[in-house]
Design a protein around this ligand. Structure first.
Ligand code: SF4
Ligand code: SF4
Length: 89
């Protein structure tokens, strides 16, 4: 593999996941973790590992890695407050 090709591969390429025309999940303000309530259901269900949590104060907050998200919508099913939606560019 050339150095140029290695640089051009995204994590989604490397994981063998199928992109859906750049679609990826977005997290809205209703997210419990953004409102001081502990919840990590979306990350727990995501097989691609596209949602990771960072600690901010006492609560861990989610971050979406859009280049890994396959837009499978599994996380939308488990979010208790409907905070997730798929952004399709
Ligand atoms: S499942 Fe919903 S409420 Fe829970 S952390 Fe994810 S986006 Fe926030
Ligand atoms: S849509 Fe699928 S791949 Fe993307 S964050 Fe949700 S569960 Fe993970």
């Amino acid at each position: 593999m050339s150095a140029h090709l290695r640089r051009s591969l995204s994590r989604r390429d490397l994981l063998g996941l199928s992109p859906r025309a750049g679609a990826a999940v977005q997290i809205g303000n209703a997210c419990l973790a953004f409102n001081q309530v502990a919840c990590e259901s979306c990350a727990d269900i995501c097989e691609a590992g596209a949602i990771q949590f960072n600690r901010v104060g006492a609560i861990r907050r989610p971050i979406v890695y859009a280049d890994v998200c396959t837009a499978c919508e599994a996380c939308l099913e488990v979010c208790p407050v409907g905070a997730l939606q798929i952004h399709r560019p």
